[in-house]
Design a protein. Structure first.
Lengths: 164, 75, 426
């Protein structure tokens, strides 16, 4: 148990530090990761040159159900301009995620992180959370939750990053 | 009311003990179980409502769980 | 800890709002996004051996009107029939009482606890509630309720504000409520501790009706302990003022030596204080094992009438499979009597005492309830449940005097509770 305690304490410190830094200004590269995905594996740094909308979700998260149709629409409209939506599932049991996807199909990239390593790295504070990553791999900004009234602002951020 | 103070102390100690031993900071993405309906504090509000109504009319004590039950001439 | 393979229905029942602390998040808000109307209904049959029978249907409708914003309405009908203890003690000879209306009499057999058979009432109650997110961390729940029965009306308002702190692992709650009630008893309000007249004589009354105000203030904390455990601690303070007496309850007046009923005016109307201050401390814990859920709660209650009580309650939700569960329920309640509780009065006490009541609900009392609920998911958001419970109340009386020795003065009441639930989403 002490190892796990250490580990979670370290993770907390890392998350806290990242949060503190990131909330001031994102002028750092987005932390890189490799995760199993819908098709093989996906590595964030391989997406350099694209604008990445990094979303963290789970099957049990209510607002996530609302966000999926909207993300499908966003991907359809901005995909050819260079937008990649990458939705990282955080269910402990990936089967739950697959069931969710049957009901709410995703027309964007989906990756799986059942151990929650990546959200710890990004300092995710709530579900869903999204991070905007510019074409050069820099962290631009973050957003927590998903409300209808936020969508216009989220889309504006995507547009501004695509035009950079 | 010394008795009520004793009860308060007992509950505080008990709560701290149970809570302290088992406490683990739950990350936002680890709240799958807590998000289930059966883990909400009042998953069956009608059961609670009817029980409170029964015991309100059969016992002297009432309250504790929340506010706003509504009155009746049954007590 | 890994979840067992989730099944579709279990998934459907997994209602969540991630933006809020799970547990205090309004259940159903997720599915409400897809199907914005929840209907929850129940029918309760309550049956006491030889006494009160109640039939109580309830319907609750809840609708999402904005993001995380809900309105709900609850309608209840409560139909009561049967007999209720009037407070007098059993005696070796038959007794005659004047009915509360003052227009009739009723007889009670020798050696039987006097029950008032005129007890029947239908109560209608409505409640409207508005759940409104006030900010990212703040949530308000505002409600109004009104109820009416032939001799009683009640109107109340309540508000609860909760605030998520500590990354939504902790929620602070503050609540307040006020109820304004009016009692207009059959035969008007009797003067407390004055004799119950023998029909056709008429009792002395103060007024046709009187009022009562009930206010409550609550402070609570909810804490996520770990991935499977949630804990709640509430303190509440209540204050009642006005007419708190039961206008239909009486006390027997006996000879202090023989224990026999006083020859003239053997019964007097009860009288309670016109205010009461209540304190309650409530603790609750919910823990999920692999799938089963254990809920434990304890309440301490104390008021300035001298009543203290302890309530222990436990539920264990045992999952039979993905869609069915069994839930045993145990409840144990024990209260100590009010300062002015008297099983009977000794001749003369009715003039020296300021207050007195023989209502067993103010005496030393133990309630034990055992129950079992069976629940079944019928589809997405739709659920059926039935529960059967047995309740026993056993009250202790003051020591008998003289001829009372042969009588059973204590309360022993048994009741059966049957409830059927059905909920669905539109």
């Amino acid at each position: 148990m002490p190892a796990t305690g250490m580990n979670s304490a370290l993770r907390m410190v890392a998350a806290l530090l990242l949060f503190l830094i990131s909330s001031l200004a994102y002028s750092d590269p987005a932390p890189d990761f490799t995760l199993p995905a819908d098709k093989g594996e996906i590595r964030l740094s391989d997406l350099k040159g694209k604008v990445v909308y990094l979303d963290f979700w789970a099957s049990w998260c209510g607002p996530c159900r609302k966000s999926f149709p909207w993300m499908n629409d966003l991907q359809a409209r901005y995909g050819d301009k260079g937008l990649v939506i990458l939705a990282v599932n955080l269910d402990k049991d990936t089967a739950a995620a697959k069931q969710f996807l049957e009901k709410y199909p995703a027309h964007f990239r989906v990756a799986y992180d059942p151990d929650g390593k990546v959200p710890a790295l990004y300092g995710v504070k709530g579900m869903p959370s999204s991070f905007f990553i510019s074409r050069d791999g820099q962290m631009h900004s973050a957003h927590q939750g998903f409300h209808d009234q936020d969508t216009a602002g989220l889309e504006a951020t995507v547009q501004s990053l695509l035009n950079k | 009311m010394p008795k009520s103070i004793t009860a308060l102390i007992l509950i505080s100690v008990f709560t701290t003990f149970i809570g302290g031993c088992a406490y683990q900071r739950v990350q936002p993405w680890e709240r799958d179980i807590l998000a289930q309906k059966k883990m909400s504090l009042d998953p069956y509000p009608l059961d609670t409502y009817l029980d409170e109504h029964i015991y309100f009319s059969k016992e002297n004590s009432s309250g504790g769980q929340g506010v706003g039950g509504g009155g009746c001439g049954c007590n | 800890m890994q979840l067992k393979n989730p099944k579709p229905i279990r998934q459907a029942l997994t209602l969540a709002t991630c933006g809020m602390l799970a547990g205090v998040a309004p259940a159903g808000s997720v599915l409400a996004a897809d199907k914005p109307l929840e209907v929850d209904s129940a029918i309760l049959f309550y049956s006491e051996t030889d006494r009160v029978q109640a039939f109580e249907p309830v319907v609750r409708v809840r609708k999402e009107i904005g993001e995380e914003e809900f309105v709900s309405a609850r309608v209840v009908i409560d139909a009561l029939t049967g007999s209720s203890a009037n407070g007098a003690i059993a005696t070796a000879t038959p007794q005659t009482f004047t009915s509360p209306s003052g227009n009739a009499t009723y007889q009670v057999n020798a050696n039987e606890t006097p029950l008032d058979p005129t007890f029947h009432d239908t109560r209608g109650a409505v409640n409207a509630q508005w759940e409104k997110p006030l900010s990212q961390q703040l949530k308000g729940v505002f409600s109004a309720n009104a109820s009416t029965e032939f001799d009683y009306t009640s109107f109340g308002l309540a508000a609860t504000i909760s605030k998520d702190i500590n990354d939504k692992l902790t929620t602070l709650i503050v609540g307040a409520s006020a109820n304004f009630d009016q009692v207009s008893p059959a035969g008007n309000i009797p003067v407390g501790l004055t004799p119950m007249p023998v029909f056709p004589a008429v009792k002395t009354t103060t007024d046709a009706s009187d009022t009562k105000t009930v206010t409550d203030l609550m402070f609570g904390v909810t804490q996520v302990i770990n991935r499977n455990t949630l804990m709640q601690l509430n303190y509440s303070f209540g204050s009642d003022s006005g007419y708190l007496t039961d206008p239909y309850k009486i006390l027997s007046v006996v000879d202090g030596g023989t224990g026999a009923l006083r020859a003239s005016d053997p019964y007097v109307y009860e009288k309670r204080p016109d205010s009461r201050a209540r304190n309650a401390l409530y603790w609750k814990m919910q823990h999920q094992f692999t799938e089963d859920v254990l809920t434990l709660s304890y309440r301490y209650y104390g008021d300035d009438w001298g009543v203290t009580s302890h309530t222990l309650e436990g539920f264990y939700r045992y999952e039979l499979n993905a869609t069915h569960y069994l839930q045993p329920h145990v409840r144990y309640y024990r209260q100590g009597k009010a300062d002015f509780y008297h099983t009977y009065l000794i001749d003369g006490q009715e003039t020296t005492l300021k207050e007195a009541s023989a209502d067993y609900r103010l005496g030393d009392l133990t309630t034990t309830t055992l129950g079992l609920k069976y629940g079944m998911a019928l589809g997405e958001g739709s659920e059926f449940g039935v529960r059967l419970e047995v309740m026993n109340q056993s009250g202790e009386s003051d020591s008998p005097i003289g001829v009372m020795a042969g009588q059973d003065l204590s309360t022993d009441l048994n009741a059966v509770i049957l409830q059927i639930n059905y909920s669905l989403l539109f």
